[in-house]
Design a protein around this ligand. Structure first.
Ligand code: DSN
Length: 428
């Protein structure tokens, strides 16, 4: 139908579907959703306004939307072991914004991992709302690329932020959530774990969870969790308890659910995107199935094999490997910048993104590294032997970045590989 009614959009969608089919998607924050998630997303649920929460809406006709949102909430609570979940954030940045809105006053001090060391814009970067409206200080990794928890503790005790964020977009190791919680609580600070990258791995219990250590957990739903583009905020506490401000006016921890729900609506957002809520519910259901644990285990195996194979090809990886789904290549020994490498790989249909490395001397638009990961390749069914081949393709494309004939041969090998791992059940 779309083909006839809007051929311009249809054609662009077709080209994007072919790009997704015929190349290797290695941006670690991307994935391929199931047909069931797609069905929920492309549905009539987009037609409905539902400001408020299940049972407490500002519009009529929400009895079935309430069922859908309640299912999403219940599934999130069960999967992540928390007593409260808000599934309405439009994505990860709005989820983090809501946490600031819920827990802090403008100008309060926050502390998060420095952007150039793998942190996220919303964890206190100067051009983001978080650095502009809050007093942000950043912690860094040590020279080895791993978080130095002793240095972080000393900095936290000196700075005394009201909120400490952990989580990153380019950190290949697992976090010591217990230590982070202890550090934050020793200075009466909130500890917020942004698990956007690892959410699927945490749901599958193949990496540790911050539940029980973090006051609040935020996430996107479209990365390793393999749902639609969306966000969630989770915490513990009873939302039906009335707010009880502490004598000094500070926000009491026991009212976190209410503070968070109010920050999302009416604080920052209007009507929830109900088609996305349904897609999240479907993805959470999928993540509860035994097959999802096997998927998450395979993401890790693939990442380890890819990391080892890349190192065998002479690539230097930040922290010399990975514990999760992603890795960061330091290209300084390869005489190529991150931007040039991203382009060379795009020429052979491998999609990655340029990224700063710890202590980078170059700027983020043309940094010294590239970031890559295995969630999307693993969804396609690729395993360790394909990872070894892919490390070879990456090496050839980067070593021969200026050799069109070699790149053409690599591209054709990649096309052949992709044909063996179809991604869409229905033809696009
Ligand atoms: N954009 C996400 C990522 O690629 O990691 C995080 O913001």
């Amino acid at each position: 139908m779309l083909e006839q009614s809007d051929p311009e959009i249809y054609t662009s969608m077709q080209k994007e579907a072919n790009r997704q089919k015929n190349g290797l998607e290695m941006i670690p924050s991307e994935n391929y959703v199931s047909d069931s998630v797609l069905a929920a997303m492309g549905s009539i649920l987009t037609n409905k306004y539902s400001e408020g929460y299940p049972g407490k809406r500002y519009y009529g006709g929400n009895q079935f939307i309430d069922e859908i949102e309640s299912l999403a909430v219940d599934r999130a609570k069960k999967l992540f072991g928390v007593s409260h979940a808000n599934v309405q954030p439009l994505s990860g940045s709005p989820a983090n914004q809501a946490v600031y809105f819920a827990l802090l006053n403008q100008g309060d001090k926050v502390m998060g991992l420095h952007l150039f060391f793998g942190g996220h814009l919303t964890h206190g970067w100067n051009v983001n709302f978080s650095g502009r409206f809050y007093n942000a200080v950043n912690y860094k990794t040590g020279q080895d690329g791993t978080i130095d928890y002793d240095a972080l503790e000393a900095q936290a005790k000196q700075e005394r932020p009201k909120l400490i964020f952990c989580g990153a977009t380019a950190y290949p190791r697992i976090y010591d959530y217990k230590r982070l919680g202890e550090i934050a609580h020793s200075i009466d600070s909130y500890f917020v774990a942004d698990i956007a990258h690892e959410a699927g791995l945490i749901a599958a219990k193949v990496v540790p969870s911050p539940a029980g250590h973090a006051d609040v957990i935020t996430t996107t739903t479209h990365k390793t969790l393999r749902g639609p583009r969306g966000g969630m905020i989770m915490c513990n506490g009873n939302p039906s308890e009335p707010l009880k401000p502490l004598p000094d006016g500070a926000n009491p921890r026991e009212n976190l659910p209410t503070l968070i729900d109010r920050a999302i609506f009416p604080g920052l957002q209007g009507g929830p995107h109900n088609h996305t809520t349904a897609g999240i519910a479907v993805a959470l259901h999928e993540a509860m199935q035994p097959g999802f644990k096997r998927y998450a285990q395979q993401i890790l195996k693939n990442a380890k094999t890819l990391a080892e194979s890349l190192m065998a090809h002479g690539f230097k990886l930040v922290t010399d490997g990975t514990d999760n789904h992603l890795m960061l290549i330091d290209l300084q020994n390869k005489n190529i910048t991150g931007r040039e490498a991203e382009k060379a790989l795009e020429d052979v249909c491998i999609t990655v993104n340029k990224n700063t490395i710890p202590f980078d001397t170059r700027k983020p638009y043309d940094p010294s590294g590239i970031r890559l990961g295995t969630p999307a390749l693993t969804t396609r069914g690729m395993r360790e032997s394909e990872m070894k081949d892919i490390a070879g393709f990456i090496s050839k494309a980067i070593e021969h970045a200026n050799d069109a004939a070699t790149k053409e041969r690599v591209k054709s090998d990649i096309l052949e590989l992709c044909k063996g791992f179809p991604i869409f059940k229905y033809d696009w």
